[in-house]
Design a protein around this ligand. Structure first.
Ligand SMILES: *[C@@H]1O[C@H](CO)[C@@H](O)[C@H](O)[C@H]1NC(C)=O
Ligand SMILES: *[C@@H]1O[C@H](CO)[C@@H](O)[C@H](O)[C@H]1NC(C)=O
Ligand SMILES: *[C@@H]1O[C@H](CO)[C@@H](O)[C@H](O)[C@H]1NC(C)=O
Ligand SMILES: *[C@@H]1O[C@H](CO)[C@@H](O)[C@H](O)[C@H]1NC(C)=O
Ligand SMILES: *[C@@H]1O[C@H](CO)[C@@H](O)[C@H](O)[C@H]1NC(C)=O
Ligand SMILES: *[C@@H]1O[C@H](CO)[C@@H](O)[C@H](O)[C@H]1NC(C)=O
Ligand SMILES: *[C@@H]1O[C@H](CO)[C@@H](O)[C@H](O)[C@H]1NC(C)=O
Length: 423
């Protein structure tokens, strides 16, 4: 299936608009002599604790490690190894190794890349972790627990469960999971997935003859019938289906369905159109159809870096699927702005508000809060040191404020028949 639409070819007029406003012609190539072009790397530099100028080199290294990891993972027998994770600062892929006698065989197969591979002694094989993961989920359903996350976290070589420790209902569940082998790590979760409610909302405007832009990370609102206010979320990415334009966001954003969505601006909220398609069973994705012709979507992410009080803007040049732990992902949300974290688990199970979500990606250390839901999650593309190119990876759907974020892979939107629009 064709998952990418090239914006340049499809919407020349809009492209001219971008040229005028954001000068894509001037590639922002970061180098020691052009540190001003490195400013867009700041959120990632903060995560990695390096200078902005060091980011391009590390991004190149990260790409190499991801590619080696994808060759390595299929070679690792689940009865001898316990998963891998990338340590970007060390420049290595750590391999949890339970059966040391299998190491030479892997080294021989990875001859050209073995300097990048670090075999670490570990206790739990991937098969055991799979089994504990599976059993934990079965127990969660048996005990009817809600608001939890179950992850396989290679960095801890274990299954990690996040749940509310104070909920009496969870006590029996905890007693049971503790008998599993290996016994999972249990961490507290204070999860709630309530979006920001704006009581004194500005007026909702249907149409007006000016172009209003909607970029990834922008604040979007829908009417909340219960509170006479509006509910605020964040825009994800511009996607297409049958030649119609959509913004993907979290499916849980509106409190009723179908619901009209508006893009927020200081005085007026401008109509985008209805969210008339959403998937909130195992997934959490909603598609807002653009019906207002005065609204202009762009393959752009634009939000504040709250720490440095600077607006950052990225062009979407592609998408990527997350297959390695330890790599960076950043997000743009209307509450906490732009921030980055490390992938700690892939293919997790999350239960928020009685909905069991599968295939979620968990990102540790990422600033996030209610109202960021639906926002773009991306990776810096970094081609030739350019600091303003991004690859779409997922949309933000929940997490633990200030601690970790949970995302739904953009690939799910592709499977649902929505290709991504890129520059
Ligand atoms: C960041 O790096 C500096 C040295 O470059 C080091 O002194 C500092 O402890 C590091 N901070 C963290 C949080 O690792
Ligand atoms: C673990 O489970 C996944 C499916 O959830 C499967 O793809 C994978 O092969 C399993 N790995 C092992 C080692 O059993
Ligand atoms: C493996 O388990 C043993 C015994 O429980 C423990 O002493 C050791 O630290 C563990 N090794 C690792 C790498 O976790
Ligand atoms: C969990 O176990 C069930 C039944 O044993 C099996 O059908 C299912 O594929 C397993 N799931 C995973 C994720 O391993
Ligand atoms: C869980 O809920 C189901 C149906 O809602 C009920 O039949 C079952 O008894 C409950 N189990 C427990 C352990 O509470
Ligand atoms: C809400 O808006 C009204 C009128 O626009 C204003 O008088 C009032 O102070 C506002 N309340 C808050 C909490 O901002
Ligand atoms: C919403 O507005 C109606 C009519 O103005 C009012 O009767 C109702 O109490 C309001 N509800 C809330 C939750 O403020």
């Amino acid at each position: 299936m064709k998952n990418i639409y090239i914006y340049l070819k499809t919407l020349l007029i809009a492209f001219v608009f971008i040229l005028q406003n954001c000068s894509i012609v001037n590639a922002l190539i970061c180098s020691k002599t052009d540190p001003i072009n490195c400013l867009q790397f700041e959120p990632l530099a903060r995560l990695w604790n390096v200078s902005n100028e060091e980011v391009p080199k590390l991004l190149d290294l990260e790409k190499i490690l991801i590619s080696i990891d994808s060759k390595l993972q299929p070679l690792l027998n689940g009865l001898s190894f316990g998963g891998t994770y990338i340590d970007i600062k060390a420049g290595k892929i750590n391999v949890n190794t339970v059966d040391q006698s299998k190491v030479n065989e892997i080294r021989n197969k990875m001859k050209n890349d073995q300097d990048f591979v670090n075999f670490m002694a570990a206790n739990n094989t991937l098969s055991q972790l799979n089994s504990t993961f599976n059993q934990t989920f079965i127990l969660a359903q048996q005990f009817n627990i809600t608001n939890y996350e179950i992850n396989i976290e290679p960095e801890f070589n274990n299954v990690v469960i996040y749940l509310n420790m104070h909920d009496g209902k969870n006590k029996k569940f905890i007693e049971n999971v503790e008998t599993l082998n290996p016994s999972p790590i249990i961490k507290p979760l204070s999860n709630k997935e309530k979006e920001e409610i704006l009581f004194n909302s500005s007026t909702l405007v249907e149409k007006r003859n000016i172009y209003i832009l909607v970029d990834g990370g922008n604040k979007i609102v829908s009417v909340n019938d219960h509170a006479n206010g509006t509910l605020a979320c964040s825009a994800g990415f511009w996607m297409k289906k049958n030649n119609e334009d959509f913004i993907v966001t979290a499916g849980h954003c509106p409190d009723h369905f179908p619901s009209l969505f508006y893009v927020y601006s200081f005085q007026d909220n401008h109509l985008i159109g209805p969210m008339n398609s959403r998937f909130i069973g195992s997934y959490d994705m909603g598609f807002i159809k653009k019906t207002n012709t005065n609204i202009m979507l762009r393959p752009v992410i634009r939000q504040f870096d709250i720490i440095n009080l600077r607006f950052l803007q990225f062009f979407i040049v592609g998408s990527s699927e997350i297959t390695s732990c330890g790599i960076h992902i950043c997000k743009a949300g209307q509450i906490t702005g732009i921030g980055c974290g490390f992938v700690s688990a892939i293919n997790s199970i999350s239960d928020f508000d009685d909905r069991v979500l599968i295939r979620t990606i968990v990102v540790a250390n990422m600033p996030n809060n209610d109202g960021d839901s639906g926002g773009s999650m991306f990776r810096y593309n970094g081609l030739n040191g350019q600091s303003n190119l991004a690859d779409a990876v997922d949309i933000h759907i929940g997490g633990i404020p200030g601690i970790q974020a949970v995302g739904m892979p953009i690939n799910i939107a592709f499977e649902l028949g929505y290709p991504l629009v890129t520059i």
